[in-house]
Design a protein around this ligand. Sequence first.
Ligand code: BTN
Length: 305
Amino acid sequence: MREEIINLLKKENKLSNKTISEIKDIDLNDFSNIVKELGKEDTEYIKASEISKDLDTDYIGKNIYVFKEVSSTNTVAKFLSINGAESGSVVISEKQTKAKGRSGKSWESPLGGVWLSIILNPNVDYTKLPLITLATGVAVAKTLEKVGVENPEIKWPNDIIINDKKVCGILTEAVSKFNTIENVIIGVGIDANLNITDFPEKLQDGTTTLKEELGRSGDENLLIRTFLEEFERTTELFNHEGYEDILKEWRKRSYTIGKIVEVREPFNTYYDAYVLGIGKEGALVVEKIDGTLEKVISGECIIKK
Ligand code: BTN
């Protein structure tokens, strides 16, 4: 992580007058302040002032850090969170060079997409983490509805689907101290103003973009503002134990319930099953071929029918 942050600052000439040993001497907090200062400069397409204009939130997006290019917004957000960035801070980048997908996969992040991470101090224990991901999916789906997408669906746990193709992925990472969650980093990647040919050929089949679906480019700053508002509204429900409301909104848009899927749990446990629904803790409840019921807490599922 340190290397990635140093590279970011070097590329932007923020360390140009420093020798290697001087860089070594920089205190982590000072590093974090240089990153924050750099993130205060707007880029060509992402403008914090436009996102903040009329932003109707109490704390999400009160601090926005914008970059032209980072390795991964999740990595930068994690770094800032370790150094005391406030809950609700948002890191956005026009491009990512080493973006992270789920299950250790990489994530394509060319110019034109919305790549952002939110630092959240949600005051919940580990059992609620899956619900944060589901809540984020609901917030993205509601955002897409607001910009004109007719029927965005959510594939468990967190892929947003339009017309059977993926348009957005979500990666939630916890930053812990002594086994309790200090912060959660919620990374969201929306294929917004992109053509399908902007992606490598092997991804093109299952991928779509907002531009392809709506037949036009949209305002990425407005999209981000709308998402931050929806995100705060949905995650606010955590403060009132409104988990059932989140699940209700999720079920309404589910792409997975009622389908036959291949469940892929960690450590290569694969099996076919029928999806019965989603449980209280956000687990996928499935019926295996032999009739046994299973609660899938982590992993992914491939739709078969
Ligand atoms: C998935 O595999 O579906 C999750 C993809 C998450 C991508 C986003 S883009 C912004 C943030 N930064 C990252 O490195 N990953 C997430």
